[in-house]
Design a protein around this ligand. Structure first.
Ligand code: FES
Ligand code: FES
Length: 162
């Protein structure tokens, strides 16, 4: 079957690519654009490791077709930091030792960003519910939740100061 021409925006950059009709957005990001931060944990929408923002909406990129990126804006973990400056979420994950493995952490960060974009002052319960779609079976979630709440605090302070 012939390939599909896709024009999209990834982390602020205009991108053109060809992909197979059945190729997922996750495969396009990883295999065609070499953005390997988004991970494939399950490939079935259950683990959240492949989470990205599509037009500012949190999606599992393993459940989206690459062709659906046409005309849309995608943000991946590679676009979270601003140049050399880590996003507050990334810094707080480091400070709170909330780093998990490289498979689940990018998804947690993108999900947390989507939450704080919508709700700058979430309760602990809201953070836990929001991150329920991101699975890690290796440890607890407490440090992650603390890091997200702390990042939210910092972002609120910064935006008030601005
Ligand atoms: S790889 Fe997409 S949800 Fe698990
Ligand atoms: S799946 Fe990443 S630390 Fe458990």
């Amino acid at each position: 079957m012939s390939q599909i021409h896709v024009t999209t925006t990834v982390n602020g950059d205009a991108v053109e690519l060809l992909c197979e009709p059945e190729e997922t957005l996750l495969d396009v990001l990883r295999d065609r654009l070499c953005l390997t931060g988004s991970k494939e944990g399950c490939g079935t929408g259950d683990c959240g490791a492949c989470s990205v923002l599509l037009d500012d909406r949190l999606v599992c990129s393993c459940l989206v077709l690459g062709a659906e990126a046409e005309g849309r804006e995608i943000r991946t973990i590679e676009g979270l930091a601003e140049g050399e400056h880590l996003h507050p979420l990334q810094r707080k994950f480091l400070e709170h030792a909330a780093l998990q493995c490289g498979v689940c952490t990018p998804g947690f960060l993108m999900a947390a960003k989507a939450l704080l974009d919508r709700n700058p002052d979430p309760s602990e319960t809201e953070v836990r519910y929001w991150l329920a779609g991101n699975l890690c079976r290796c440890t607890g979630y407490d440090k992650i939740v603390r890091a997200v709440l702390d990042a939210a605090r910092e972002l609120r302070t910064t935006s008030h100061a601005a």
